[in-house]
Design a protein around this ligand. Structure first.
Ligand code: ZN
Length: 339
């Protein structure tokens, strides 16, 4: 059965106009429209969010299924970049925890889980995409199909729960993290990565920020708004980071250009060159081998440019990371201790 968010925000949004999915405020400024949806900034908690009328679990899933298709899976499994990002995330985690029971929600094609398992973590993964789950089951890692709320995990089962590029896809972020707290040990950790709306590139593109285009991105976080969600959900912030990979500048620019071309031609957009190295899907969806080959070449361009220009771009990336203006926002938090 589809489960809708219990929180007022989503229910109230049905037919009643935009309501902030974090603080339920109806005060908001429209930043612009992307496709058929408005992007708003909450007047109370400052969250940037997409207003999708009648948003529920089924609609969220169908938006995700438009984005994550077989070509995404193939591109991910071939991508050195995806594996490097997984290795970086594991290194960050190991700064806090060397082993333990780890759950990854939205584990996609399990690059991170496989590395974590190899490093001694006892891993488990869930993903709401049937395609990813079927692929993973062939890889011998315990992956279940569904959303985390579908499973009856015993209390305090996990030492760490990882959510990489997941929190921006859920309808009720506070209710979601609230549900994770009881699954963790008291000194357990939640480890989150999400696109950083406070990044240099998002500031450059402003209302044309390419991250707004991806259909299944429902919320857009900066360090403060993500920390706010975690605190409301019963967590204390342990640390925040930002990461900037060399390909990010090019993937953002490509996304911006692709969006401009689509707008001019009034073509539908399915997805962008990804936050994590995904190819330009909307182009790939066009019929014909030539178009698919072109899409593949264009989709791979940010990684190629990022590789060759790494020595030039790395110092810039480090400066961005130090000032929390990297493309990706990472936060580690733990359940609040009873006062
Ligand atoms: Zn709000």
């Amino acid at each position: 059965m589809p489960q809708e968010s219990k929180k007022g925000g989503i229910a109230a949004a049905q037919g009643d106009g935009p309501v902030c999915p974090v603080c339920s405020s109806v005060a908001g400024t429209v930043l612009g429209r992307r496709h058929e949806y408005s992007i708003l900034r909450c007047g109370d908690c400052s969250l940037t969010y997409k207003y999708i009328p009648d948003l529920n679990r089924d609609l969220t899933q169908s938006l995700q299924d438009v984005t994550y298709r077989e070509s995404t899976l193939i591109a991910r499994t071939r991508s050195r970049l995806v594996r490097k990002m997984a290795a970086d995330r594991l290194r960050i985690l190991q700064g806090y925890m060397k082993s333990g029971r780890l759950l990854e929600v939205g584990c996609a094609s399990v690059e991170f889980l496989a590395l974590a398992q190899g490093a001694g973590f006892d891993v488990q993964g869930v993903d709401s995409s049937k395609m990813f789950v079927e692929f993973n089951r062939q890889n011998g890692i315990d992956v279940e199909h569904g959303r985390v709320e579908d499973f009856d995990f015993p209390p305090h089962k996990f030492d760490v729960i990882a959510l990489f590029h997941l929190i921006e896809h859920v309808e009720d972020p506070v209710g979601f993290v609230q549900a994770l707290g009881p699954l963790l040990q008291q000194d357990g950790l939640v480890f989150i990565a999400t696109p950083n709306l406070g990044s240099l590139t998002s500031r450059i593109f402003g209302r044309r920020y390419p991250g707004f285009v991806q259909h299944d991105h429902l919320t857009f976080f900066v360090e403060d708004t993500l920390s706010d969600v975690l605190r409301r959900g019963g967590f204390d912030i342990v640390n925040s980071f930002s990461k900037e990979y060399s390909h990010h500048l090019f993937s953002s620019t490509l996304g911006f250009l692709g969006d401009a071309v689509r707008a001019r031609r009034q073509l539908p957009s399915n997805t962008l060159p990804g936050d994590d190295g995904r190819p330009a899907e909307s182009v790939a969806a066009a019929s014909g081998m030539a178009k698919r080959t072109l899409a593949k070449a264009v989709g791979g361009l940010p990684s190629v440019l990022g590789f060759f220009l790494y020595p030039v771009l790395r110092p810039v990336g480090l400066a961005l990371e130090r000032t929390m203006k990297g493309h990706e926002l990472l936060v580690i938090a733990q359940p609040s201790r009873p006062k």
